[in-house]
Design a protein around this ligand. Structure first.
Ligand SMILES: [Zn+2]
Length: 237
């Protein structure tokens, strides 16, 4: 069998694994690398996102106990997401970080350490950003394009530094409060749908470092599909 036919067959098999029952990825939205900030919790809505479209994002990983579970749930539904990783686990679990990227997901930054930056001196904040960028480059061999603040706690120092580097700040539009303890899949799904009903879709904040989120993700994706939300894969050019 020729290589081309083998490749075509492999593509057909991959596509058939995600039929009409799967949530899938409805389209890819490619953003410019620029100083910008999106997400209505703190900024403007992501441009061109239509009502009912959602961008799934996962913070605080990569974590060997839960990130692979999240990757499997996303693959089962043919969904592409964005992962905002902290520098320390990115360095410690570099192979897993590359696995996330190689699965076609987008990787952004979330602070080298998960700090309350408003309580830190400007020089300490800038050192954290430098370490984060250096770790991203060393691990993924690429220039980072996007950053989400830990606790969404923005500071003038880091906003200015990110702007000067042409890095886009990603806030959120909706979530499931999945950092609260003892949340069942049903509780998380209810919260996610209720927040999305208010925001009419948008950037969704979840955490791949949380076991309960990883376990609930198949239910959450089914809930999105049942409510006719469409997922958009965010990328930077
Ligand atoms: Zn976080």
């Amino acid at each position: 069998m020729s290589l081309l036919i083998t490749m075509a067959l492999a593509t057909a098999i991959t596509q058939s694994a995600c039929g009409a029952d799967a949530l899938g990825t409805s389209r890819t939205l490619t953003l410019k690398r620029e100083a910008a900030a999106w997400g209505t919790a703190q900024h403007a809505a992501l441009p061109t996102l239509a009502p009912g479209e959602v961008v799934l994002t996962f913070d605080d990983g990569p974590r060997p106990e839960s990130t692979p579970v999240v990757l499997k749930a996303l693959a089962d539904q043919c969904v592409k997401a964005s992962f905002f990783m902290n520098g320390e686990p990115l360095r410690q679990h570099a192979g897993l970080a590359r696995q996330v990227r190689d699965a076609g997901h987008t990787v952004g930054m979330h602070g080298y350490r998960h700090e309350h930056f408003s309580q830190l001196l400007p020089a300490t904040q800038l050192a954290d950003l430098d370490a984060m960028v250096a770790t991203y480059r060393a691990t993924l061999g690429a220039e980072p394009a996007a950053y989400r603040f830990p606790f969404l706690e923005e500071t003038p120092t880091l906003l200015k530094a990110l702007g000067e580097r042409g890095i886009t700040v990603m806030s959120v539009d909706a979530g499931a409060e999945d950092w609260l303890p003892d949340q069942t899949p049903q509780m998380l799904a209810d919260k996610l749908l209720s927040q999305l009903a208010k925001s009419h879709g948008g950037i969704v904040l979840l955490h791949d470092a949380q076991d309960q989120t990883a376990r609930a993700l198949p239910s959450l994706l089914q809930a999105l599909k049942a409510s006719s939300y469409r997922t958009v894969h965010l990328r930077w050019e």
